[in-house]
Write a new protein. Structure first.
Length: 345
């Protein structure tokens, strides 16, 4: 790699490093033992997250996988069925956790770039018949990672809520990037809190914290979640240092997310016009996914960019993903556009 240029790392929005200001906040955190529920900074983060979304309580965990998996475990019994999109992170990117942790059955739906509609949900609810698994939980993802950052129309979610209500089902949101969706729609976290029973929010993605996710729900649900987190080995001690980073992220890094979307739009415009590109997903937020023509060798393309200090990640056959985030600046966008144009295929 070129030692003079900084690395433009588009592999994920999880690669961000804490800024000096965030580190300063972490350095000064008051901490205690969170297994004894003694850490004041964790309490502050949990209360802040819960009140932002209008939920009663929150639980700070190591990862979005953990918050999703705990939620599924709390909401289901073995043999119950979870409805989600076929590309949902909870199904395709959490290591088979639904089976491993909850012993639940999964009903996969072919959504629109990962988004389900109310009819699809209704059609996939099982009748009350001993042959069928008991449909218990509907899980939506917003924004959708493998849908190239697509986001929901809140009206559709409200229709889904009516269906889940009329069938007595629970509605969970994998909101790893919910703030990216809100940055586009202008809706408030409380509007989302009002329609979902539980929400998982990542602090370590676009918000730039080094570690951590929040699970939001009722007090009773979070009490059960705390027990399951402990069973999973996720009870932690002076994690207030990390919670301080999370508080800093919520205070400072939400309003700037739109900048990441604008930068992604610039890249997307260039990529759409490249001769060696077969197809590009529409770009809605901070994720770009595109397919290279069949005669392009993906590792060669990746290496060409790597030689110019640009990192991207492959995403299945012939496809690659670029994600913008707070460590990607305009200078990087400019030279990435130049490098993409230089590649000869
Ligand atoms: C990143 C992500 C998660 C959680 O991932 P962790 O790496 O476990 O924090 C969950 N859902 C979606 C859609 C994600 O993109």
């Amino acid at each position: 790699m070129n030692p003079i240029l900084s690395v433009a790392d588009y592999r994920s929005d999880t690669v961000t490093r804490p800024t000096p200001a965030m580190l300063e906040a972490m350095f000064h955190a008051k901490v205690g033992d969170d297994v004894f529920e003694d850490d004041p900074t964790i309490h502050e983060l949990e209360e802040k997250g819960a009140s932002m979304f209008g939920k009663e309580a929150a639980l700070f965990c190591t990862s979005g996988t953990m918050t999703n998996q705990i939620a599924i475990k709390v909401h289901t019994q073995p043999g119950d069925e979870v409805i989600c999109d076929k590309n949902a992170h909870i199904y395709s990117h959490e290591g088979g956790g639904i089976a491993f942790n909850s012993g639940a059955s999964v009903r996969l739906i072919d959504g629109d770039r990962g988004r389900l509609n109310a009819n699809q949900v209704e059609e996939n609810i099982n009748p009350d018949n001993i042959h069928n698994p008991i449909t218990r939980l509907v899980a939506l993802e917003n924004t959708v990672n493998r849908g190239a950052g697509s986001y929901y129309d809140l009206n559709e979610i409200k229709k889904i809520r009516q269906i889940t209500d009329s069938h007595g089902l629970i509605l969970h949101l994998d909101g790893a990037r919910i703030f990216n969706a809100l940055a586009e729609t202008g809706e408030s976290p409380k509007e989302y809190g009002a329609v979902f029973d539980s929400i998982s929010v990542c602090l370590s993605k676009g918000l730039g914290a080094p570690v951590g996710s929040l699970l939001l729900g009722t007090k009773a649900m979070i009490k059960k979640a705390r027990r399951i987190r402990k069973v999973m080995g996720g009870g932690w001690r002076q994690a207030g240092f990390l919670a301080a980073a999370g508080i800093y992220a919520l205070d400072h890094n939400i309003t700037r997310l739109k900048e990441d979307h604008i930068r992604a739009e610039k890249l997307h415009k260039t990529i759409s016009g490249l001769s060696y590109v077969d197809s590009v997903f529409p770009q809605d937020t901070n994720i770009i996914i595109f397919k290279l023509k069949d005669d392009i060798n993906v590792p060669d393309f990746q290496q060409f960019l790597k030689n110019q200090n640009i990192l991207i990640s492959p995403m299945g056959k012939q496809s690659v993903r670029l994600v913008t985030h707070l460590d990607i600046n305009d200078e990087m966008i400019g030279r990435t556009i130049e490098s993409l144009k230089q590649f000869k295929g």
